[in-house]
Design a protein around this ligand. Structure first.
Ligand SMILES: NC(=O)c1ccc[n+]([C@@H]2O[C@H](COP(=O)([O-])OP(=O)(O)OC[C@H]3O[C@@H](n4cnc5c(N)ncnc54)[C@H](O)[C@@H]3O)[C@@H](O)[C@H]2O)c1
Length: 429
């Protein structure tokens, strides 16, 4: 490839401006000439108005950025580097759904230029970039992959809602089809992160590293969820056990919970699928998934077993994690459904979710304000997501909301220090 030296005039395109793409595009735009491309016209129009529904970039930063925004592929031709950050979900059978990745290749194929580098950041299984994306881009562009244009892979590690481990601080794993591509990616990513870069030995290694980071986390949480189920039946608090075990130097500090969202609950299925393709049965990976996917129903069953007379349950939290509006693949919905099938009416409040999305995705009408909820009308208040504002709920507020004898059910151990009101019961995992 002809040697490319990056300057502030270098054209970089970020494809897919979601939780990952937008912060990356804004960071890169401080150093390069960056266009953010998204197939969603609504997303582009909102961002042009300074509104980021993912809450990753505030209005001032968006308006101050030199980032160009477009939903037309006409405006992203011939860039030096394309970075693809489109979703990689699973289908209803938990099989990888590579439709957005394929569609991005269809869009980019005809517009990439000679020597363009196409870097994938979407989480995939080892082989997707080389075996699926490269051939598609070659076919659509009429160019030779590895000679006329080049592939790279650099997994994204940001964490939605996490304002500490941000895109400008995380160590970036990079990989490319040739050492020259990796050199360029090192220069590109080093310009935006103080965390440094790690040069993986191949694209497949970088793909594999990302997918196991999340599979490892899922399996560890699966183990803690399994011991939680055991200790619940033995009448022991798992948090007390974890506190005691955590005094050992090499005990890993995982806590029980619902595993939802776009990454931890999804990526292990990508690795499992790849394992099956090569006739390996991924037993540990799928066991972790099965336990974590069953956790919401286990919690629903434990709560309902403590409520003899039916009634209405107030669920606090619908998003897949705390302090983040992301509703994708949230397991709070499974818990709500588990309560409903056991005969309870359920009211839901969420301090971070968009009520329109809650209605659109799950047909749930979120309660707008805790203060407006009726007095003494709930059989249980269930803390599902530890949004900061829920951690501050006082004993007197539980007393107001709950029927006498009602239950505070604390899934996230966020109310451990709340003094139990008289005539109210308290339970945590
Ligand atoms: N959300 C996270 O925190 C996180 C963290 C690490 C890695 N990842 C991975 O990064 C990838 C992106 O995740 P996300 O959370 O940013 O997704 P997202 O759903 O928030 O955003 C994806 C964006 O891509 C757009 N899009 C879809 N198909 C497109 C196409 N063909 N061309 C252009 N735009 C397209 C969508 O309109 C959307 O705006 C996924 O592979 C995910 O697993 C996500």
């Amino acid at each position: 490839m002809s040697s490319l030296s990056l300057t502030s005039e270098t054209n970089v395109v970020v494809v897919g401006l979601g939780y990952v793409g937008l912060p990356l595009a804004v960071a890169l735009a401080k150093k390069f000439n960056v266009t953010g491309f998204d197939i969603s016209e609504q997303r582009i129009s909102e961002l042009k108005d300074g509104y980021d529904r993912t809450e990753e970039i505030d209005k001032d930063r968006l308006e101050d950025s030199t980032l160009e925004l477009s939903s037309s592929s006409e405006n992203i031709k011939d860039a030096a580097v394309y970075i693809v950050t489109v979703p990689t979900p699973v289908d209803k059978d938990n099989k990888p759904d590579l439709t957005p990745v394929r569609s991005s290749c269809e869009i980019l194929g005809p517009i990439i230029g000679k020597d363009s580098i196409v870097v994938f950041e979407s989480t995939v299984y080892p082989g997707v970039t080389d075996e699926i994306c490269g051939p598609m881009l070659a076919e659509k562009s009429g160019m030779i992959c590895g000679e006329d244009f080049f592939l790279g892979y650099s997994p994204e590690r940001i964490n939605p809602g996490d304002k500490v481990h941000t895109v400008d601080k995380i160590t970036k794993v990079i990989s490319g089809q040739t050492p020259e591509v990796v050199d360029i990616l090192e220069e590109l990513y080093s310009a935006v992160t103080s965390g440094g870069v790690f040069r993986a030995s191949s694209i497949r290694v970088a793909e594999a590293a990302k997918v196991i980071e999340n599979a490892q986390r899922d399996i560890n949480i699966g183990f803690v969820n399994e011991i939680t189920m055991i200790f619940q039946k033995l009448g022991i608090s798992v948090y007390d056990v974890l506190e005691a075990a955590g005094t050992k130097w090499n005990f890993l500090p995982f806590t029980p919970g619902l595993v939802g969202g776009h990454c931890i609950g999804v990526d292990p299925y990508y690795l499992a699928e790849r394992a099956k393709q090569i006739n390996h049965d991924p037993r540990i990976i799928l066991s972790g998934r099965a336990i974590n996917d069953g956790m919401a129903d286990f919690v629903a069953e434990r709560i309902c077993a403590q409520l003899s007379e039916g009634g209405t349950i107030l669920v606090l939290g619908l998003t897949f994690k705390e302090n983040c509006p992301d509703l994708r693949n949230t397991k709070a919905v499974d818990l709500i459904n588990g309560l409903k099938v056991r005969g309870f009416k359920v009211d839901v409040h969420d301090a971070a979710a968009d009520p329109v999305e809650a209605k659109q995705f799950f047909n749930i009408d979120l309660k707008p304000s805790l203060n407006d909820l009726p007095d003494h009308s709930y059989a249980a208040v269930v803390g599902v997501v530890s949004h900061d504002s829920y951690k501050d709920i006082k004993a007197c507020e539980f007393e107001r909301l709950l029927e006498p004898g009602g239950l505070i059910a604390d899934i996230k151990a966020m109310w451990s220090n709340v003094e139990k009101p008289k005539y109210i019961r308290k339970w945590q995992l």
